[in-house]
Design a protein around this ligand. Structure first.
Ligand code: BGP
Length: 484
């Protein structure tokens, strides 16, 4: 009973959200570097390049670029077996289409991985986590251009070759499916480096075309990664928000099915190698002529992933609505494009301060959903609570709400292992140290076991201190999840 002996307990972050050093060591600007700070309920703006006078929180972030040794030492103190981060693409290829990689960038990650191994921490690496070189967005419109497939594959190959023997667990694209349900300018830029506006009627077509191009790139990278090192475990990374039908009305059940198709077709492709029939039919109905050749379909078939990685923060509930084609429903209502939302409130769940429904049992359901659909090993590569923390006069942060959130989720995950027999490789909590929020650009939306002295206004000396949850998680790892 219980978690496997080599269970990968750890934490997850992404380069752009903590490294800072946005223009140091030969790094080029990434798409994250042109996103301004938003706020709780206030969207981030995308500027036309890096402009003077704007506030770009990712430029400095928490300066992990210069602090990674002390931060990794703190993760080691908690007993981490794994640490998930990403390789900032524009540190390696500053423009994305450069002829040769930037040695200083490659060396930076060599040193970081060596530091992890010194403590017996296994790196879990994402190749593209919302941080494509900005030049690829500006010059090519990102993955709308097939040449970006080759640029990504070159980047992936460079990383597989360079870090052979140092990195075994990989993921190609972070939350590759987020764009599917949202199709906003923010998501189209974050996931595919496609520059658009919220009200562009072509967003959905572009999402399918750029998404297919990313899936081809992912499948090619999987094959190359296996050829370079047969030990490599290369996964997908799905932003998973399990869908519940609002009622047992059969129409709600079909709406639930449609929402699963709409949100998780990326997972179906990466885990099965097949373009699902529901997708082909939808393109046909919409008149979308997706550029996808027989050779590319074959690449997708051969480039199936080894494990299903997914993030889990919340569930969502959908309902059928009179007079609407279910596939035109969207997760986010978009009045400018006459898109109606099918998302309804779940009366059984409470929400976080940012309105994210908290649902620990949904994690057990998610592990079963992936197992029933794909029968692959899995890794939870993100799960955590963004909250306002209060630093007491004595410097302590008593984050019992964070401990409660994580305890309940880990308990649900343990039941999925013990009762349902799911094959789970590890759990990467998001994020072990306070970092810049991806959706809002805030610092005050905190996830960490480690407090970083910096606020939304950018004030603070970046000093690190332990929160109450630090020792709690340490004990969880020590007892391999027995004592929560
Ligand atoms: C996921 C992303 C992460 C991360 C996390 C929390 O969608 O993969 O990059 O940021 O969500 O979201 P946020 O930072 O917006 O609170």
């Amino acid at each position: 009973m219980g978690f496997r002996k080599d269970f990968l307990w750890g934490g997850a972050v992404a380069a752009h959200q903590l490294e800072g050093g946005w223009d140091q060591g030969g790094k080029g600007p990434s798409i994250a570097d042109v996103m301004t700070a938003g706020g709780n309920g206030i969207p981030r703006r995308i500027t036309d390049g890096v402009l003077p006078g704007e506030n770009y929180p990712n430029h400095e972030a928490i300066d992990f670029y210069h602090h990674y040794k002390e931060d990794i030492a703190l993760f080691a103190e908690m007993g981490f077996k794994a640490f998930r981060t990403s390789i900032a693409w524009s540190r390696i290829y500053p423009n994305g289409d450069d002829a040769v990689p930037n040695e200083e960038g490659l060396k930076f990650y060599d040193d970081m991985f060596d530091t992890m191994h010194k403590y017996g921490i296994e790196p879990v690496i994402t190749l593209q986590h919302f941080e494509m070189p900005y030049h690829l967005a500006k010059q090519y419109n990102g993955f709308m251009d097939k040449r970006c497939i080759d640029f990504f594959v070159t980047f992936a190959k460079t990383c597989f070759e360079r870090y052979k023997g140092k990195v075994k667990y990989w993921m190609t694209f972070n939350e590759i499916n987020n764009q599917a349900a949202c199709e906003t300018a923010h998501h189209m830029l974050q996931e595919g480096a496609v520059l658009t506006t919220d009200d562009n009627p072509d967003n959905q077509f572009m999402m399918y075309q750029s998404g297919i191009n990313e899936l081809i790139a992912s499948a090619k990278a999987v094959q190359i990664g296996h050829a370079i090192d047969a030990n490599n475990m290369i996964g997908c990374m799905i932003g998973f928000v399990p869908v519940y039908p609002a009622t047992c009305n059969p129409k709600d059940m079909m709406e639930y099915t449609a929402a699963n198709h709409r949100k998780y077709w990326f997972a179906d492709v990466q885990c099965t190698g097949i373009i699902p029939g529901y997708l082909e039919k939808y393109w046909e109905r919409k008149g979308y002529k997706i550029d996808l050749t027989d050779e590319e379909r074959e690449e997708i078939r051969k480039g199936k992933v080894d494990y299903a990685g997914f993030s889990y923060y919340m569930s969502m509930t959908t309902a059928w609505r009179e007079g609407n084609d279910e596939y035109d429903f969207n997760e986010q209502a978009n009045e400018a494009r006459h898109v109606v939302s099918d998302v309804v409130k779940n009366p059984y769940l409470k929400c976080s301060d940012w309105g994210w429904p908290i649902d620990p049992l949904g994690l057990r359901y998610s592990l079963n959903w992936f197992t029933d659909r794909y029968h692959l090993p899995m890794m939870i590569v993100e799960n955590g609570l963004g909250a306002y923390d209060k630093k007491e006069a004595d410097g302590s942060v008593n984050d019992d709400y964070r401990i409660a959130y994580l305890r309940n989720h880990i308990e649900a995950m343990r039941e999925a292992v013990n009762e349902d027999g799911v094959d789970l490789l590890g759990y990467q909590m998001w994020a072990p140290i306070d970092i810049v929020s991806a959706s809002t650009g805030e610092m005050d939306k905190r996830y960490g076991f480690i407090y970083v002295n910096k606020n939304n206004a950018g004030e603070g000396d970046l000093s690190r201190s332990k929160k109450k949850s630090f020792d709690w998680y340490k004990h969880v790892i020590e007892t391999n999840g027995e004592e929560l």
